[in-house]
Design a binder for this molecule. Structure first.
Ligand code: ADP
Length: 483
């Protein structure tokens, strides 16, 4: 791979100040999902290395927390600048291991870096309170302090941004972080660790441990030094980590699965609804937890919307993310491809029609055609489970009450979207949707300024925004007496 700075691509993990190179006899092979070829290897580490990283973090964290917020902010700002300066290389590394088109990957780097920038700024605005005393000689002071050592486990779909969204607030508030990136996409994490060192982040504050998820996760959850676990991934693993964290009563941040409804009302602007659906459904080839999973279209515009959407979907160019003009890359791996196939087959067997796509792509590998299904109903798997692929299932609905009931009929509650013009309806529907996030007349809602997170089985806590930093802090109350 052509990088301007080849030192950003390291086959190594970082524990405190120690880089551990991949030993071929005990390593994880990382594949390029577009070709199936092995790119390179990372070390397969376990509990002992995780413990060492946690201990290094505990030492480094104390000195880090004692520095001023401005000091921390200056280093984070430098880290941000380095990510932006190196965005092309970071984007190429990301495409190589994740598959998304290089323009989209570079976009993720800019988006990911923006969390570091945002929290560098927010870190200087963590205020406490002075509360009127309950007795004449008493005063009540409330301060916020960093929680301490944080463990993070991140997924492969955003190999950069899911890390920065956690590392930004953790480091800005004075915490240290031990990260286990997804085994499919460790190189993006390692590259930003290289840049953290160059930015002057003291050793021990950001370790990257590659290896056995089960072993590393077990140590992260059992170790009492770790005071917070922040995880983005499936609800199943999130629940497992929740259980494992119970004995040490850790604070948890969980960003889990979604099953996002995307509702188009009769009064919507059809063209912008189609554009929004393309973004909300097909970004990252349908592999995001906020991707529209169920598209509900009102009867009066169902035919027109499905025609327009299918035409637009048919034009999306599929291929290797490094090729010119490609909009949709491969799926991450074979199980992901098989899940998409199963969902489509299940829908067809229960009466859905394929309006566009519907098969593996002729490119082979894990490529799948961008697909539109019509006449989809709630008894089909696509209604209940995240497809995590390029399939837009179109449901038909009659009225507002009907669609709200259908949209909320899921155990998940992360993102939701709807298109409508009537102002009263906009308020009613936004309030009625049982989701942590609602996009109204837009298919793109993620940004560092806004609180990202879900309700129900979609998780705990919020990331980004002014609320995101509190997740990494404890409140301490000091009662001042004898005044
Ligand atoms: P996905 O379906 O997105 O891969 P997972 O929840 O399986 O979601 O994985 C998300 C992250 O959790 C990855 O970094 C993965 O390695 C990690 N992981 C998977 N299983 C476990 C486990 N038992 N304990 C800790 N981490 C795990």
């Amino acid at each position: 791979m052509n990088l301007k700075d080849p030192a950003l691509f390291r086959e190594a993990a970082l524990i405190g100040d120690r880089w551990i190179d991949a030993d071929p006899s005990n390593a994880i092979e990382v594949n390029n999902p577009a070709t199936g070829n092995v790119i390179a290897r990372v070390p397969k580490l376990g509990a002992a290395e995780t413990r060492a990283a946690i201990e290094a973090a505990a030492t480094a964290q104390k000195a880090w927390a004692a520095r001023t917020a401005r000091d921390r902010a200056m280093i984070l700002r430098k880290w941000y600048d380095l990510m932006i300066e190196n965005k092309d290389d970071l984007g190429r590394i990301l495409t190589l291991e994740q598959g998304k088109p290089v323009a989209e990957a570079t976009g993720e780097i800019v988006y990911g870096a923006s969390f570091i920038e945002w929290f560098a700024e927010e870190g200087r605005r963590v205020y406490g309170d002075m509360v009127p005393g309950h007795q004449p000689d008493k005063r009540i002071m409330v301060m916020k302090q960093p929680i301490g050592v944080v463990a993070a486990i991140t997924p492969w779909n955003f190999p950069n941004a899911m890390i920065t969204r956690k590392a930004g607030p953790a480091l800005a508030s004075g915490c240290a972080m031990v990260l286990k990136p997804a085994s499919q996409t460790p190189f993006s994490a390692i590259a930003i660790a290289v840049l953290a060192g160059r930015a002057g982040l003291p050793a021990g504050l950001f370790s990257v441990i590659t290896g056995s998820a089960r072993e590393i996760g077990a140590e992260m959850t059992a170790n009492p030094i770790v005071r917070k676990l922040t995880f983005t991934g499936s609800t199943e693993i999130g629940a497992e980590l929740y259980r494992q964290s119970a004995p040490t009563i850790k604070k948890l941040g969980l960003e889990l699965g979604g099953n996002a409804p995307f509702i188009v009302f009769d009064d919507a602007d059809l063209d912008s609804a189609v554009e929004g659906a393309l973004i909300a459904k097909f970004r990252n080839n349908g592999q995001t937890c906020v991707c529209a999973n169920r598209l509900y279209v009102q009867e009066g515009i169902y035919e027109a919307f499905s025609q327009k959407l299918s035409t637009a979907v048919g034009k999306l160019k599929i291929g290797n993310g490094f090729d010119e003009g490609v909009i949709l890359g491969p799926l991450i791996d074979l199980p992901a491809l098989e899940k998409v196939e199963e969902h489509v087959a299940d829908a067809i067997s229960k009466g859905a029609s394929v309006m566009e796509g519907g098969r593996r792509h002729s490119l082979g590998g894990t490529f799948y055609e961008a697909t539109v299904l019509t006449d989809v109903t709630k008894d089909m798997a696509v209604a209940r489970e995240e497809t995590f692929g390029p399939v837009a299932p179109l449901f038909r609905f009659k009225d507002e009450a009907d669609v709200i009931a259908q949209a909320n009929d899921t155990e998940f509650g992360l993102a939701s979207y709807f298109y409508a013009k009537d102002l009263a309806r906009v308020f009613r529907v936004a309030e009625a949707l049982e989701y942590g996030m609602v996009g109204v007349n837009t298919g793109l809602i993620s940004t560092p300024e806004a609180p990202f997170g879900g309700v129900k089985l979609s998780g705990l806590g919020r990331e980004g925004s002014k609320y995101g930093i509190d997740e990494f802090m404890e409140i301490k109350y000091v009662c001042l007496g004898g005044i």
